[in-house]
Design a protein around this ligand. Structure first.
Ligand code: 13P
Length: 252
């Protein structure tokens, strides 16, 4: 059985103090009401250590939102996978469309990041997704499968077991325009088939594929009910404990 995950991606929001409050709030509500899925908080680098200390490790996992494409050395301002791991974080989000779009992250840079993250024992939440023009041209399947192949298909099946995929259509991120459950399911099925073709059915069946893009309490249940959707990667709605729990609750 593959893992169901609801992961928050705080992006560049919350001061350290606000982040600790948010983590406390999520921890309390999950402790009180339970969760039938793995709950992950993706936070800015500087929050990681404190958020790890704030949450109950058996209830909530912590993720970075990025890591460097180099192991260590003279790369001012960068944060390595080893540093992320040393905070107690267990996951790292890589390949988010905002990193691709605003920071020029290419498939080959992402490949380096994925290798370093895995070598340091992190699980990777790897984001893929098409922009609006690609969707309008009917190219979404082609775009996402090539993103997966180019950055991940050099991995062994054993390594690939530490990859969670997150399909985030770029036109649905922060726009309030969610993909319909049918649109999302169609692409998720294509992604799973692509993984099966490379690694076989068993690996594909065990791969968690999350949906991201304006996911909220009101649409999570329908999205998560789709056969190939195994949870969500949540931006805006992860910034308040009640909103985020409203999505986690879709699995209760
Ligand atoms: P929103 O939930 O704000 O649309 O963001 C989705 C996202 O980018 C998560 O990584």
């Amino acid at each position: 059985m593959r893992k169901k995950i609801v992961a928050g991606n705080w992006k560049m929001n919350k001061t350290l103090q606000e982040g600790i409050e948010l983590a406390k709030g999520v921890n309390e509500i999950v402790k009180k009401n339970g969760a039938n899925c793995t709950v992950v908080l993706g936070t800015p680098f500087i929050h990681l250590t404190e958020v790890v200390k704030t949450v109950d490790a058996n209830l909530i996992k912590v993720s970075a939102e990025n890591c460097a494409d180099k192991a260590s050395g003279a790369y001012t301002g960068e944060v390595s996978a080893a540093m992320v791991k040393s905070t107690g974080a267990e996951y790292v989000i890589l390949g988010h469309s905002e990193r691709r779009q605003y920071y020029g992250e290419t498939d080959s840079i992402l490949k380096e990041k994925v290798d370093l993250a895995l070598a340091n024992g992190l699980q990777v939440i790897f984001c893929i997704g098409e922009v609006l023009a690609e969707r309008e041209a009917g190219k979404q399947n082609e775009v996402v499968t090539s993103q997966v192949k180019n950055a991940l298909f050099h991995l062994s099946a054993e390594q690939f077991a530490n990859i969670v995929l997150a399909y985030e259509p770029v036109w649905a991120i922060g726009t309030g325009k969610t993909a319909t459950s049918e649109q999302a399911q169609d692409v998720h099925a294509v992604i799973r088939a692509c993984v099966a073709e490379k690694y076989g059915n068993e690996v594909a069946e065990n791969t968690t594929i999350l949906y991201g893009g304006s996911c909220k309490a009101s649409n999570a249940k329908e999205l998560f009910a789709q056969k190939d959707i195994d949870g969500g990667l949540i931006g805006g709605a992860s910034l308040k404990p009640e909103d985020f729990y409203g999505i986690i609750e879709a699995y209760n």
